[in-house]
Design a protein around this ligand. Structure first.
Ligand SMILES: [Zn+2]
Length: 180
């Protein structure tokens, strides 16, 4: 019995170690000054000017909290964001690049303290990646256009999709629909 328990404990430790090594190994970029401005300056059209390319440009564009969540995969504290309890009709756009990501039609009260949606506004605007940080296996979601971290998607949502996109308010900007 003791041997069995020891075996289980070892397996648990191994699982945690595996989780850590897979997850956030590429993280620390805070001091990395990417000196790539000179090399990549090809055709300077309006679209590339609007969406930053380097972390320096992102820092200049975003608030510290937006930068922490969008660029460093942070999470805002539950029930503190601007939109978890927003019931207005309108569109939710990426705070990084302005892409339309979610619509109020697909928003529901999840009780989690984060704005929650059953689906993105369109196929392909939100991309997903496995996230094994914090000893959990979750599906991270980010803006497909600028790569900004949005939150996670879980499969315990309501109909019709059964999905719950759990999104940080700070990753979004809200555009209220005109009053009818
Ligand atoms: Zn974006």
């Amino acid at each position: 019995m003791k041997l069995l328990l020891a075996g289980i404990a070892l397996a648990a430790v191994a699982a945690v170690l595996a989780g850590c090594s897979g997850g956030t190994s590429e993280q620390p970029k805070s001091g990395g000054q990417a000196k790539s401005e000179g090399s990549g300056g090809g055709t300077g059209d309006a679209a590339t000017a609007a969406t930053p390319k380097t972390e320096e440009e992102w820092k200049a564009k975003l608030t510290p909290e937006q930068y922490r969540v969008l660029r460093e995969q942070g999470t805002e504290r539950a029930f503190t964001g601007a939109y978890w309890n927003n019931h207005d009709a309108g569109a939710y756009r990426c705070a990084g690049c302005g892409e339309l990501l979610f619509k109020s039609d697909d928003k529901f009260d999840s009780g989690t303290g984060w704005p929650s949606f059953t689906q993105p506004a369109k196929d392909g605007v939100v991309a997903s990646e496995e996230d094994t940080s914090h000893g959990m296996v979750r599906s991270e979601v980010h803006c497909a256009k600028c790569g900004g971290h949005l939150g996670h998607v879980f499969d315990d949502g309501p109909k019709p999709t059964g999905l719950r996109y759990c999104i940080n308010s700070v990753s979004l900007t809200f555009e209220k629909a005109p009053e009818k």
